[in-house]
Design a protein. Structure first.
Length: 393
């Protein structure tokens, strides 16, 4: 339930954006579930690995190799590796940036969801992790099958969902499909950070690898025969939680550790950051990932939507709201009241509602969505949330 200081007046639903008419209210109505059927690329696990259990599967999704005799990453246990979307990324031989991974080639598996035709072939597939509680693949392509789009002539915006550290993309199955129902192609990389982690170092090289991997994923899709002609390559968004939020900022132009040679992508036109890592306190000093005081965030001149939980002890609110002042483009800051670093269920729904409105505004150029975004103080339903209008620019 919203606190009393969140105004709760409600009005007619906007036909363009799906949010309340802002002429008489400040509380937004979520757009709800989209109507388009959604398909995905193949992520079927080979039968001999389908019952290994959650703990073992979690380690494989993170890239933890327990022994040389056992699989160390998800790419090694897929039944149809040739039909899965796997991007082989060549890492530059620059030790100062890429550390122990310098000069290596590493595969980055991705699943893609997209609006598909009503009669498109596909099957329901529960990925064998926590009984698919994070979402079942609704219409997964069979091995060797090509995607069939809802509108064969359309060019859809592309959204990349960037997961946090000690996490993986399977958590985003339902999230990706929900966005695709509203007319987006969505790519979800599984970074496998642990493959390149060195327990003896701070692993700062991962901050350079994440944007490198993500840009390679975007490149692969835009250049592909299956998806390229259906993507509006000038309308790319990135949405990330925690370290995924850091990744989104780096892609949008933030120079990692002040190094202007870090990878960015000018096709990224909008970024959504949920509890992003933009600094922390360590050994008596503040540590910032984008140069001293995060000053290199001034290079981010595209729209950014920020979320912070007031009880986040991992990525503390003071770092997030300070970083939001540093970017140069349109800025929106949403407070999730009483939320920890990993939000509670209804607050994820709030994030999703704001996120969809934001992407509609800046990836679909929806004027009504922009108007709602600028005027909305909170989203109806879910947990308590409030927009800080003084951060808008």
């Amino acid at each position: 339930m919203k606190q009393t200081w969140f105004f709760a007046a409600m009005s007619l639903l906007s036909t363009m954006s799906g949010f309340a008419d802002q002429s008489s209210t400040t509380e937004l109505l979520p757009l709800g579930k989209g109507s388009a059927p959604v398909c995905s690329t193949n992520m079927r696990v080979a039968p001999e690995f389908a019952s290994i259990g959650d703990d073992a599967m979690h380690d494989i999704l993170l890239g933890k190799r327990s022994s040389s005799e056992k699989p160390g990453f998800i790419t090694e246990i897929l039944e149809h590796r040739e039909s899965a979307w796997i991007v082989d990324v060549d890492i530059p031989d620059t030790t100062a940036m890429y550390g122990p991974a310098s000069g290596m080639q590493m595969p980055v598996p991705v699943y893609i969801t997209y609006p598909c035709a009503q009669n498109a072939p596909g099957e329901k597939y529960p990925f064998p992790y926590h009984d698919a509680r994070y979402g079942m693949f609704e219409n997964m392509l069979a091995a060797g099958a090509d995607p069939v789009f809802a509108d064969v002539n359309a060019r859809y915006p592309l959204i990349v969902l960037s997961h946090g550290s000690s996490s993986h993309g399977i958590y985003d199955v339902a999230h990706a499909q929900d966005l695709s129902r509203h007319g987006y192609i969505v790519a979800v990389p599984i970074y496998g950070d642990d493959r390149a982690a060195d327990p003896a170092t701070e692993n700062s090289h991962l901050g350079f690898m994440r944007p490198l991997f993500t840009k390679a994923v975007i490149d692969s899709l835009v250049a592909s025969q299956q998806f390229g002609k259906h993507i509006d390559a000038d309308k790319v968004g990135v949405s990330g939680h925690s370290y995924g939020g850091f990744t989104a900022l780096a892609l949008a132009g933030g120079a990692v550790m002040g190094n202007t040679e870090s990878v960015s992508d000018d096709r990224v036109k909008a970024s959504v950051l949920a509890a992003p890592w933009v600094g922390h306190h360590e050994n008596g000093r503040d540590v910032f990932p984008f140069g001293p005081e995060n000053r290199e965030l001034k290079r981010v001149n595209t729209p950014v939507l920020w979320f912070f939980g007031t009880k986040d002890s991992v990525n503390q609110p003071r770092y997030i709201v300070d970083a939001a002042r540093k970017t140069s483009g349109p800025t929106y800051v949403i407070e999730l009241v009483d939320q920890p670093h990993v939000f509670e269920g209804p607050s994820w729904a709030d994030r999703n509602a704001w996120e969809l409105l934001f992407f509609n505004a800046y990836l679909k150029d929806d004027a009504s969505a922009i108007n709602s975004l600028k005027r909305g103080s909170s989203v109806k339903g879910g947990n308590a949330d409030v927009q800080h209008f003084d951060y808008q620019k």
